[in-house]
Design a protein around this ligand. Structure first.
Ligand SMILES: [Zn+2]
Length: 446
């Protein structure tokens, strides 16, 4: 059963540019980490950037339409290198939730919050490849989909997410893991995902021989591997076996010189996902957040009601894992700062879509705020969330606003270098040279 309505609406709202357009007068953050350009010109032709730089240096092609963006800021669209689709429907995790409609709806939601691309790190049914390939062929709507397919978990263990058996592999032996990776490779995934830990001591861990076999087989097939992590010891073990990215923060204790040395030597990427830990308690602690239309607009009304209810507060208060999550949140913040300062590659992800409190679209803006609270500058957080994620994913055609790259950018009413929360002041969103109406536009953003 397909509903065509959301798709039809989406297509109506997306006009392909008929002529080159010169966006003039904005402050431009290009996603490389370089100082912003004042009074910039960004010229887009079709889906690509054809020229960009200070007004004095950019030659505007004849016949280009000019768009005055004086007082605005332009930055690249966000790239979420750790998300999930099709797991939460109507505010609940549902094993039968992974449908084409649910995946499409979530990709549209990401896009309308300024998330230009998402890497779905596991728990995907094989239809994810169909949706991805159709999108790549037709330029179809929604955030650009990258995927790790099913991923490799543990029998009766991680990931403990309601899902169907065809959404994740759970090999019992290294041989099975190799077969699972080979099957995954036939779909040409953009990454491989593995889960190795015991989920707060609840399950058995993945045997090192299994993740070693999975990582080696992935690399034989030229596929990079991201691992779920929580513990410092696991982070060292998977990096020792060649993993390319840690898909979460190390959260059990401070990182040490050994981990830093390993990550720097091997060029391992670090995706902090700080909002994961606070998602266990933040709406019980700060229900006023739910009054922000930017957040409420990303949630079904029943979720807003649920998070505001006294029952939810009681449930959070009595959950033994919440104290662990608070400690984990604090450790994650310190470890991001330590790894960043040591020169480890930082990318950007949120785990949004994994459960009802990890909210696609809103989580990405919140994550930037948390990265800045952890001690990164707004520029450093934005660089991780754009050029950083693209580099981790090997997505060479996007992530920065440079000549030849895709025209994936956000126009903001205020400069996020002054306050990173200004990324929420979306005036317009451009994705592959098409204009997307932001999901929520506050009066002040116009
Ligand atoms: Zn995840």
């Amino acid at each position: 059963m397909r509903t065509m309505l959301p798709l039809a609406l989406a297509i109506l709202s997306r006009a392909v540019l008929a002529e080159p357009v010169a966006f003039k007068g904005a402050t431009l953050i290009d996603g490389t980490g370089k100082a912003p350009v004042q009074n910039a010109v960004l010229v887009v032709d079709g889906e690509r950037i054809v020229a960009v730089g200070p007004a004095a240096k950019v030659k505007i092609p004849q016949g280009a339409r000019a768009v005055d963006l004086s007082g605005r800021t332009i930055m690249p669209g966000l790239i979420n290198a750790h998300g999930h689709v099709g797991l939460v429907v109507g505010g609940q995790n549902r094993a039968d939730g992974y449908t084409r409609e649910a995946v499409q709806a979530q990709l549209l939601q990401y896009e309308r919050y300024g998330v230009a691309a998402v890497l779905t790190l596991g728990l995907n049914r094989d239809l994810v490849y169909e949706v991805r390939d159709e999108q790549r062929k037709s330029g179809g709507p929604g955030a650009s989909l990258y995927t790790a397919g099913r991923g490799i978990g543990v029998p009766n263990g991680a990931p403990p997410v309601p899902s169907l058996p065809d959404q994740v592999y759970r090999p019992a032996t290294p041989e099975e893991a190799v077969a699972n990776v080979r099957e995954t490779a036939t779909h040409k995934p953009d990454y491989l995902k593995i889960w190795v830990d015991d989920v707060f001591g609840k399950f058995s861990r993945m045997q090192p021989a299994i993740f070693k076999a999975a990582i080696e087989e992935a690399h034989r097939n030229k596929i990079k591997v991201a691992s779920h992590v929580f513990y410092l010891a696991d982070a060292k073990a998977v990096i020792g076996s060649g993993v390319d990215a840690l898909a979460h923060s190390v959260r059990d204790q401070p990182v040490d010189a050994e981990l830093i040395g390993l990550m720097k030597k091997r060029g391992t990427w670090y995706v902090p996902t700080l909002n994961v830990d606070e998602s266990f308690f933040i709406f019980a602690d700060e229900p006023a957040l739910l009054d922000d239309p930017f957040l409420a607009g990303a949630l079904p009304p029943e979720s807003v009601q649920q998070f505001k209810s006294p029952e939810y507060k009681t449930k959070v208060g009595s959950d033994a894992n919440v104290a662990k999550a608070r400690a984990a949140a604090a450790n994650g913040m310190k470890n991001l700062k330590a790894l960043h300062d040591a020169g480890v590659h930082i990318a950007f992800g949120t785990d949004s879509g994994a459960n009802p409190a990890r909210i696609a679209g809103w989580a990405e803006h919140r994550e930037l705020e948390l990265m800045v609270r952890a001690g990164l500058s707004p520029m450093e957080a934005i660089t991780a969330a754009t050029g950083g994620s693209a580099a981790m994913m090997g997505a060479a055609d996007r992530g920065t606003l440079e000549k030849g790259k895709r025209a994936d950018f956000l126009v903001l009413a205020a400069n996020p270098l002054d306050d990173v929360r200004n990324t929420r002041k979306l005036v317009s969103i451009w994705h592959g040279g098409r204009e997307i109406e932001p999901r929520v536009v506050s009066a002040s953003a116009r």
